[in-house]
Write a protein that binds this ligand. Structure first.
Ligand code: SF4
Length: 361
């Protein structure tokens, strides 16, 4: 009998042309393999090869018989991202430009920090839905949402080129795109990252960053995937936020966004992070700092100040370092946990706000 379709839950999955196993949930993978006449436990065997041993193809799955590997390769494939460029910064940061199967390009950044932390900054869209005008990605516009396999494949592709003793320890969805504008694929990717059957990262090591799409924040945090949430706030008045993040702030102004943050129950001992890009003369006065203290009052949070990373043609400049320190000092005096992000990968345009696949060309 030739198997052409399988049913997993409510979903009908076509096997023609070959099925991309990375688009399937774990349950769907088990159903697919059962459809091939395999025992249920063998799904664990195949998933372990994909998510723990980073097998590039079925031939690498050496504890499957030759006949089984052949059958798998007749019915299915494992999709890959094509590496277009792989740049290394003088500070150890690495930037990958990947090509998708329709020729669109995305960037992924590996950031190494002290304490043996290796954080992968993953893209969720090719380009971006939003138009934050301090960000280079915004200039690309939205090309399309990434599929779940394209999100997961950024992790698998980078891990595959790292030595075994250098596992990726953290993931931030802060690369190109607004993750919550691609909620379904992002949630499915996060599930695979934190599942023991998948990449098995602790949920506190996975962070989703949003410019503030309120309904999607509520959906994400009320769902089963208890990842960290980071909100890109960047201003303390609607006047400034409308100027620097026009699309999102007109939909969800500061008051609406922070009311939602107050309402959402966080898991025990978790805090939210507010990212604040420091733009010289725009949002970096001590009045801004005092307003910020009042705005986030009552929300379990930490503030991450990000010195603006300039790029050719940028509309803004970075706040001077002494101003950032004064801003931080005022927040500290009001007992707000505040860090200043150490920018990494500036020399290869891999730092926050500098990602743009067109710039590579
Ligand atoms: S800052 Fe984030 S949400 Fe805003 S345009 Fe850039 S990638 Fe999109």
């Amino acid at each position: 009998m030739t198997l052409t379709r399988i049913t997993a839950g409510k979903n009908e999955i076509s096997l023609s042309p070959k099925l991309n196993l990375l688009t399937l949930s774990f349950e769907e993978t088990a159903v697919f393999l059962e459809g091939l006449g395999w025992k249920k436990y063998r799904a664990g065997q195949v998933l372990s090869w994909i998510y723990k041993q980073f097998a590039a193809d079925f031939d690498a799955m050496t504890d499957l018989s030759k006949a089984d590997r052949h059958l798998l390769s007749e019915k299915a494939v494992l999709s890959h991202l094509k590496v277009v460029t792989h740049q290394k910064s003088s500070d150890g940061t690495e930037k990958f430009l990947f090509e998708l199967d329709d020729g669109k390009q995305i960037e992924t950044v590996l950031i190494r920090s002290e304490k043996k932390r290796r954080t992968l900054c993953i893209s969720s869209q090719a380009g971006c839905t939003l138009d934050c005008n301090f960000c280079l990605t915004a200039q690309e516009g939205l090309k399309r949402n990434l599929r779940v396999d394209e999100i997961i494949n950024q992790f698998l592709s980078v891990q595959a080129v790292l030595p075994e003793e250098e596992p990726i320890t953290n993931v931030v969805l802060m690369g190109m795109g607004e993750p919550l504008a691609n909620l379904k694929a992002v949630t499915a990717a996060c599930e695979r990252m934190i599942s023991p059957v998948g990449l098995n990262l602790a949920s506190r090591r996975v962070t989703v960053s949003t410019a503030g799409l309120v309904p999607q924040i509520k959906t994400l945090l009320s769902g089963p995937v208890a990842v960290n949430l980071s909100i890109s706030l960047n201003a303390t008045t609607d006047e400034v936020r409308n100027r620097i993040m026009p699309k999102v702030n007109r939909l969800y102004p500061i008051k609406t966004l922070l009311a939602a943050c107050r309402e959402i129950p966080l898991p025990p001992r978790r805090t939210m992070t507010f990212e604040y890009v420091m733009l010289g003369g725009i949002n970096d006065t001590l009045e801004d700092a005092a307003r910020l203290v009042r705005l986030v009052k009552g929300i379990p949070c930490k503030i991450n100040l990000i010195p603006f990373n300039a790029y050719p043609g940028a509309l803004y400049e970075a706040s001077p370092a002494p101003q950032i320190l004064k801003f931080q000092d005022l927040l500290h005096r009001h007992h707000l946990r505040t860090t200043i992000r150490k920018s990494k990968g500036r020399d290869i345009l891999a730092a926050c706000g500098q990602l743009n696949s067109a710039f590579e060309k």
